[in-house]
Design a binder for this molecule. Structure first.
Ligand code: IVH
Length: 688
């Protein structure tokens, strides 16, 4: 029998020694993959099981505990390429429990330790599945930020974290300690995660397995402008070092976080006994899928700080808090068929039809297979038994094929050479993972998918024009182009009232919803609705911010220097710039845009960002700055709603002058543009 299959209590002394060594090696490799590569090799519950086995063996054979035991390790050491920051106070991890019955054991131990008979108060919080950060504030001013790293030393993510608009650069009010390390979790909203992966898929770039990996991959970027282009969010939940805390409980601290301008998870509850904790756990498990961020369990924390202090910590985790993890969201099922879906940009996406199965409380019958490369890499075949997982707990994915269960006559899946909908040739562009239908506008699948996208929630959001209705109107020939939507009332209202399922009420509701869009539509939503290849909602927002009006965007994108201007925008690269230009230059699209702009009032973009003296201004950097890198300065300016341009023109508002500046400074002088130094730049951003 393999060592791994022997229960800890049945291991001999030698076997236990051997197994502890194996586990240390294995867990260290898994940690590296998880923390450094942002690419986990095992799902969380399998990892936790290994960790638990290690702890179990150590408990039975304490004399065999290794010096570098995985049970004392927190995360992985800081990665190369980032400067290191030593935390003023180590960043601890949490011990885990998995069973409901473990709650009693946890609270009992605490009561015994404190020598108390009565129940004590707890704060129960969602366990955010992101990556932890620690930010140092001095006199309320942001100083620097780090990842957890190995708990003692983390990676310097100062420039990156500053691009997250939710992070206060100055704590609000005056009720804060002189020095404080504020800690919490950076995460990616589920919707932003899907949008990012969709974009990555279109460009054949790395698909993130879940929002946690996407958040980690976005935050731990050597180039902070990449971080700035991804939508990240954060919550605060604890402090590290702090001088003279004025609060006495975790609950008060959470209230203070809010006062200082930090987001705090809204689902935090006060609990007075074990029943409260248990009910909280069950409740959170129920609403888990509906939250817009991923959680992998809940955390219980002793409320009173004096109790926390007395309880202290063991090895890597405090005694006063524990993580109660949710059961795994993986399951085994049969893959009945592989279908090819044609999306609005013509991308062919293979989709698995599964034998329906319950995964973590949700019935799953389809999973995305992403693209041909993924399919080939995992060698997924019709008839296979597969392990599926709800990544980010929503989109199901095929994690692995159980080859030993494969039917004998199975054949590798053949990716189609012709579009299954319109029969056009399937093409693949160099350097891209995606295969496209070359049918363009003649492919009904693309046309319909584009229309569905046009009216979808993050686009024009027309209630009453859901997917099913759009299919019906498309088949009837009533809506074939986006502009047909706005002719619907004039041309088809009489037919619609008499159609099955439609009465006067729902017909007039639909027309009201359409009219609302015509009266006013936000610029970023409109740009997103156009379905330009690669332009997701984040990029649409960046474009809206930069160009401010649709007229301006159209004019610039078709002008001689249109591409240069696009390339000067942070977050827009060469491929995307070409796609945007191609879109605006295509005569059919121009014709459509002309019609649409006469049908819809598109509002100029309003800036929602932190208002500073630089908000809405165009800034050009020249020369080298002393206290920050160019990238850092750029992302700070962007985060404050400024536009950053690569060259000086009459549209430039400020030129930030560093040392050894070149011709840009002279140009600015000629054009009479304000020149400011690094200090003035920081003052304008209100960061000094
Ligand atoms: S408290 C000493 N609260 O879970 C207390 N951690 O597995 C340290 N986490 O390292 C952490 N949500 O990255 C705390 N509400 C929450 C949390 C939370 C997520 C993470 C954190 C921690 C890890 C431990």
């Amino acid at each position: 029998m393999h060592l791994r299959q022997i229960a800890p209590e049945n291991l001999t002394f030698e076997q236990a020694a051997e197994e502890l060594k194996n586990l240390a090696k294995e867990l260290s490799a898994l940690d590296d993959a998880y923390y450094r590569e942002d690419a986990p090799l095992l799902d969380d519950s399998a990892y936790d099981a290994l960790k638990k086995r290690n702890e179990e063996i150590e408990r039975l054979f304490p004399e065999l505990i290794l010096l570098n035991t995985p049970s004392k390790k927190v995360g992985a050491s800081a990665a190369e390429g980032f400067s290191k920051i030593t935390h003023k106070e180590p960043m601890l991890s949490l011990s885990n429990i998995f069973e409901e019955s473990d709650i009693l054991d946890f609270t009992d131990k605490i009561k015994r330790f404190l020598n108390l008979e009565q129940d004590i108060d707890f704060v129960a919080e969602p366990k955010i599945d992101g990556l932890s950060y620690s930010v140092l504030y001095e006199k309320g001013q942001f100083v620097k930020a780090a990842t957890r790293g190995d708990g003692a030393i983390g990676e310097d993510i100062t420039a990156n974290i500053k691009t997250i608009p939710e992070l206060p650069l100055q704590l609000k009010g005056n009720n804060f300690p002189d020095t404080v390390e504020i800690r919490g979790e950076v995460y990616m909203d589920k919707a932003d995660f899907f949008a990012l992966n969709k974009q990555q898929e279109t460009f054949g770039k790395k698909i993130f397995a879940n929002p946690r990996n996407a958040a980690a991959g976005s935050l731990r970027q050597l180039d902070p402008s990449v971080t700035a282009s991804r939508k990240l969010s954060l919550f605060a939940y604890t402090v590290g070092y702090v001088d003279n805390p004025t609060w006495q409980t975790q609950w008060e601290l959470l209230e203070l976080f809010k006062e200082w301008g930090f987001p705090v998870a809204p689902q935090i509850r006060f609990c007075r006994n074990n029943d409260d904790l248990l009910n909280y756990y069950r409740h959170m498990q129920e609403i888990r899928a509906d939250l817009n961020y991923d959680i992998d369990g809940v955390v219980y924390k002793v409320n009173r700080l004096d109790y926390q202090k007395r309880l202290g910590s063991i090895a890597r985790a405090p005694r006063w808090a524990i993580a109660h993890k949710f059961p795994p969201t993986q399951a085994q099922t049969r893959l009945n068929n592989i279908r090819i879906q044609v999306g609005r940009t013509g991308v062919l996406t293979p989709v698995a039809d599964l034998e329906p199965i319950n995964v973590g409380g949700v019935m799953v019958s389809h999973a995305t297979l992403h693209n041909k490369d993924e399919l080939d890499r995992k060698d997924i075949r019709i008839g296979d038994t597969v392990i599926i997982q709800r990544a980010g707990d929503v989109i199901p994915q095929v994690v692995q094929v159980l080859k030993e269960k494969r039917p004998q006559n199975s054949k590798p899946f053949e990716f189609p050479k012709f579009c299954p909908i319109c029969g056009s040739h399937v093409i693949r562009e160099e350097d891209e993972a995606a295969h496209y239908c070359s049918g363009g506008l003649i492919c009904p699948a693309q046309a319909l998918a584009r229309l569905k996208h046009f009216v979808s929630k993050d686009a024009l959001d027309i209630e009453g024009l859901g997917k099913r209705n759009m299919e019906i109107f498309f088949d009837l020939g009533w809506i074939r182009t986006p502009s047909d939507i706005f002719d619907l009332q004039a041309k088809h209202s009489d037919d619609l009232i008499f159609m099955e399922g439609w009465g006067e009420k729902s017909t007039s509701n639909l027309f009201d919803a359409i009219a609302k869009v015509q009266q006013e539509t936000a610029l970023d939503k409109f740009i997103f609705a156009l379905g330009i290849r690669g332009v997701g909602s984040a990029t649409a927002r960046i474009l809206a911010e930069h160009y401010a009006t649709f007229e301006n965007l159209t004019k610039q994108a078709t002008s001689l220097f249109g591409k240069d201007e696009l390339l000067a925008i942070d977050g827009i690269g060469d491929i995307m710039a070409n796609d945007i230009i191609d879109f605006f230059q295509e005569p059919k699209n121009r014709e459509l845009l002309e019609k649409l702009t006469s049908q819809i009032k598109i509002l100029p973009y309003e800036n929602h960002k932190r208002q500073t003296a630089l908000t809405g201004k165009t800034v050009v950097f020249t020369g080298s700055l002393q206290e920050m890198t160019r990238d850092e300065a750029k992302s700070l300016a962007l985060a404050a709603g400024a536009k950053v341009s690569g060259s000086v023109s009459s549209k430039t508002d400020f030129v930030v002058l560093g040392e050894n500046a070149g011709s840009k400074a002279k140009n600015a002088e000629k054009l009479n543009i304000s020149i400011i130094n690094e200090k003035e730049f920081k003052q304008m951003l209100e960061i000094i």
